[in-house]
Design a binder for this molecule. Structure first.
Ligand SMILES: *Cc1c(COP(=O)(O)O)cnc(C)c1O
Length: 428
């Protein structure tokens, strides 16, 4: 698989290089030179999830890694269920939260860990990533205890729930966590600055595990195929799919799936009040506001780093940006959506509820929609309990972390402070 840098098209790398580098020159995102298509879709959709995913990812990676390697990596990464559950009369939820850290980020993080473990050889790898909550847990869980790989996770102090925080800051060993006194966008900026710094680049060989890493996006393509496969067992038409979006990695993967031939009627990009993209789709002006804190905090991103990839896919496929619908959802509407779904018998959480709301706002008569259930409701139990006025029992994975101690360092949002910290924990 060949990829080029969207900022410097003359920089062309293999998948192996792209996974190890994360970002290209001048923070440019890597983008595939061509998008493979899959034929015989009907028989592909009839396959079980793991087997089909081996073919979907194989279409990208088999020429470089060999199909047998792809098969092994996929099988190790994807070892949990993803049911499509009917939520209301015309809405379905693709529940992506049955993995070890109860959020969809397990798919991408686990596949990326398998790839790096396979491709790193004897090189020592240092991963630096920023999280608005769920990435940290998924990456920490996926990489915890792997030889030759160290992980540093930055997160906005006080802006994620205590449970979320405990899921990745209590592990220790090769997982180093840093609470930054700032918001998520500032954490993301610190990560980007670190990648640009030549001392860090040469001295620490940093890699990123954010959704800017192409391996994560390839993994995420697979569950869109599963959503449509399950949907088609009951329906003949094509579904509308709504994606609760923050950094827009998830939507990017969905568009790749469609570009590969997956029948999706259209995509709806649903955000919370951090609605840079819906406003942009509406008026053509890219004008991020300051990040605001919402109850769907994993989507509190004002400057989504994957957006250039969305535009690149649309261009490569000769689609129009107007094919993507953008909906920004207020806090009041988010809470109403959690309530309305619950009244109809489906327990959700703010992120999924935003996507469900965006569907009800935009679907036409006769259409059916799938929204992505990106996190387990118990992961956002404080919000869900207060909106619905009920008590949610904690699943075992969360119960286990409650008594553990947070091991994070606490830093100001200052690049030089972070740089010194990185050299102290990663250099040996
Ligand atoms: C990360 C996350 C999102 C946003 O996904 P992006 O790929 O960043 O757009 C949505 N919901 C939850 C629960 C998340 O953790």
């Amino acid at each position: 698989m060949e990829l080029y840098n969207l900022k410097h098209p003359s920089q062309v790398v293999s998948f192996t290089e792209a996974v190890k580098l994360g970002l290209g020159k001048d923070r440019g995102l890597f983008f595939p030179k061509s998008i493979p298509t899959l034929d015989n879709l009907e028989s592909l959709l009839a396959l079980p999830f793991v087997e089909r995913s081996q073919k979907v990812i194989g279409a990208w990676l088999a020429p470089e890694l060999g199909q047998e390697t792809v098969d092994r990596l996929v099988e190790k990464a994807f070892n949990f269920e993803l049911p499509l559950v009917q939520a209301t009369q015309n809405l379905y939820s693709l529940e992506l939260f049955h993995g070890p850290t109860l959020a969809f980020k397990d798919f991408g993080a686990r596949f990326m860990a398998q790839c790096l473990n396979e491709l790193a050889n004897e090189d020592k790898i240092n991963i630096l990533t920023a999280t608005s909550g769920d990435t940290g847990a998924a990456v920490a869980d996926a990489f915890y205890g792997l030889d030759n790989i160290n992980v540093v996770v930055l997160y906005p102090k006080g802006k994620i729930s205590i449970l979320q925080e405990k899921m990745f800051t209590t592990l220790g060993d090769n997982i180093h966590t840093v609470a930054v006194n700032a918001d998520f966008d500032a954490c993301q900026t610190l990560v980007k600055q670190s990648f640009e710094d030549s001392d860090i680049r040469d001295g620490l060989h940093l890699n990123s595990a954010n959704s800017i890493n192409i391996s994560r996006l390839l993994a995420q393509i697979c569950y869109y195929f599963e959503a449509v496969a399950q949907y088609k067992q009951q329906h003949n038409d094509d579904p509308v799919i709504a994606v609760p979006s923050g950094n827009f990695g998830n939507l990017t993967a969905g568009l790749f799936a469609k570009a590969m031939g997956l029948p999706v009627k259209r995509f709806v990009a649903a955000t919370n009040s951090n609605d840079t993209v819906p406003r942009y789709l509406d008026n053509g002006q890219w004008s991020p506001h300051l990040t605001v804190a919402t109850m769907s905090n994993a989507m509190d991103v004002a400057e989504p780093s994957n957006w250039p990839r969305v535009e690149a896919i649309v261009k490569a496929m000769n689609w129009s940006l107007t094919d993507i619908m953008g909906v920004g959802v207020s806090e009041a509407d988010t809470a109403d959506s959690v309530k309305s779904l619950h009244q109809q018998g489906y327990l959700s959480e703010p992120h999924a509820a935003i996507a469900a709301f965006a569907l009800t706002q935009t679907m036409q008569t006769g259409e059916k929609g799938i929204f992505l259930g990106t996190a387990h409701p118990a992961k956002f139990n404080e919000v869900v309990e207060s909106v619905l006025d009920l008590h949610l029992p904690l699943p075992q994975a969360l119960e286990n972390v409650v008594p553990k101690r947070i091991l994070s360092a606490e830093l100001a949002a200052d690049f030089n402070t972070l740089k010194a910290h990185l050299f102290s924990v990663l250099d040996d």
